[in-house]
Design a protein around this ligand. Structure first.
Ligand code: GDP
Length: 295
């Protein structure tokens, strides 16, 4: 993950770190390299421009810390700005004061929704919660079965009503079932499509208005780079997202989506999928991610 970006930035900063004195030209050269590295990682041009401008401004009119060399100070500014770019602090799920908390996962087909619903169920159970998974994807062949199989493997209950019924009714049924059986979280696995279309959005809006989820999270494939960000913008505009789950960050994702989503949409990344296994879901921490990138 982020190998290309990390390697480039680390090379740039190796040169700077050792310097006792850093000239404006040194900063300009380093920023040119940072700009190239971010663009190659598929970060959007506007995000890159703003980022570089902020770093330059702070690095040149630098607050001087005696404990650091000027080179180290530039690196520190880049680190802090990377953390800020990804949202600053990590964002948790909002829990309803009155259980169950309803979390609706949305996204395009193949993004990793169904897998992520089960991963999130496992994650929440480890935190002492009692999640119920709900199979609301009545279109993709075998989606209901897939969720049932995953639920079985992890010993997590799955609410389903087959595929001959509207997803809105399944979502409502799931919430009622959770109330009746003392489940404090309901995770809705909704249908995706290959592309965003009106039918998909209308269905998601109907589910939203009928069960009023406390969290609507977009599951999006990090490998798709700027496309992931465009998808996020679109879903956010139509549905109002509370956060994003980036999947497949373990693959050769170049990092663009992780770095741009918050800046472009304003939605925080809440979780990151790091593999196909059920326990490969991590809470997203901007500071840890920035440290990984800068080494
Ligand atoms: P859905 O159509 O959005 O419900 O997508 P699925 O949950 O069926 O996932 C599509 C594929 O992506 C499956 O093969 C998953 O195993 C895989 N997948 C999901 N999340 C991750 C992840 O974080 N890393 C990797 N490497 N694969 C993932």
């Amino acid at each position: 993950m982020f190998e290309g970006l990390a390697e480039k930035l680390q090379n740039t900063f190796k040169k700077l770190r050792g310097k006792g004195k850093v000239s404006e030209a040194d900063v300009a050269e380093a920023m040119r390299e940072v700009r190239m590295a971010l663009l190659a990682a598929d970060v959007s041009l506007k995000v890159v421009k703003d980022f570089v401008a902020r770093v330059k401004e702070r690095a040149v009119g630098q607050e001087v810390l005696e404990s650091l060399t000027p080179g180290q100070q530039v690196v520190k500014v880049v680190y802090e700005e990377l953390v800020a770019l990804m949202g600053g602090t990590s964002s948790k799920l909002t829990l309803s004061p009155k259980p169950p908390t309803v979390v609706m996962l949305v996204g395009l087909q193949g993004a990793g929704k169904t897998t992520t619903v089960s991963k999130l169920g496992l994650f929440l159970r480890k935190q002492g919660r009692r999640p119920l998974l709900a199979a609301c994807d009545v279109y993709r062949p075998a989606a209901v079965k897939q969720l049932q199989v995953l639920g079985n493997q992890l010993d997590l209950p799955v609410f389903s009503m087959g595929t001959g019924i509207s997803p809105v009714d399944i979502a409502k049924g799931a919430v009622e079932h959770a109330v009746a059986h003392g489940r404090d979280m309901v995770l809705l696995d909704t249908a995706g499509r290959l592309h965003i279309n009106e039918e998909l959005m209308e269905e998601l809006k109907s589910i939203k208005s009928s069960v009023r989820p406390h969290e609507i999270l977009l599951v999006v494939d990090a490998m798709t780079g700027q496309d992931a960000v465009n998808v996020a913008e679109s879903f956010h505009g139509q549905l109002g997202l509370d956060g994003v789950i980036l999947t497949k960050l373990d693959g050769d994702a170049r990092g663009g989506a992780a770095l741009s989503v918050k800046a472009v949409t304003g939605c925080p990344i809440k979780f990151a999928g790091m593999g196909e296994k059920p326990d490969a879901l991590e809470q997203f921490h901007p500071d840890r991610m920035a440290s990984r990138i800068l080494g």
